[in-house]
Design a protein around this ligand. Structure first.
Ligand code: SF4
Ligand code: SF4
Length: 123
């Protein structure tokens, strides 16, 4: 089990979750060189300890508490979270390709402001 970051993080990416994570498993951080190259942040599924601290910290409700609870419209982003490794350009490219495909597949969600987008995930 691990927490999953989803599409309200796109165009938000404020790193509020990074600041509260006790095990530093959310990347890239602002001080990592690949920060500017990602459209969202990613949670390392094996390092996350399921503490839940990131969920209330996120201003746009982008974080779900498990792959199983992640809405169907967001399932491709579960894999994006799982494969990204900060400092590894190959995994960055794969994760960002999944995000780009998600954006292309969900214009209806991208038309909604990030703060309201999670409310539409299950519709
Ligand atoms: S649930 Fe806890 S350990 Fe996992 S990403 Fe969120 S803050 Fe970090
Ligand atoms: S707090 Fe939410 S919007 Fe901000 S970086 Fe983390 S997941 Fe993205």
């Amino acid at each position: 089990m691990a927490f999953v970051i989803t599409d309200p993080c796109i165009n938000t990416k404020d790193t509020a979750c990074v600041d509260v994570c006790p095990v530093d498993c959310i990347h890239p951080r602002k001080d990592e060189p690949d920060f500017d190259q990602t459209t969202i942040l990613y949670i390392h599924p094996e390092e996350c300890i399921d503490c839940g601290a990131c969920v209330p910290a996120c201003p746009v409700a982008a974080i779900y508490d498990s792959p199983e609870s992640t809405p169907k419209s967001q399932t491709s982003l579960i894999e994006a979270n799982a494969i990204f490794r900060s400092g590894d350009s190959a995994t960055l490219a794969k994760a960002e390709a999944l995000v780009s495909a998600h954006v292309a597949a969900h214009p209806e969600l991208m038309a909604i402001p990030p703060a309201d987008r999670a409310n539409a995930h299950n519709k």
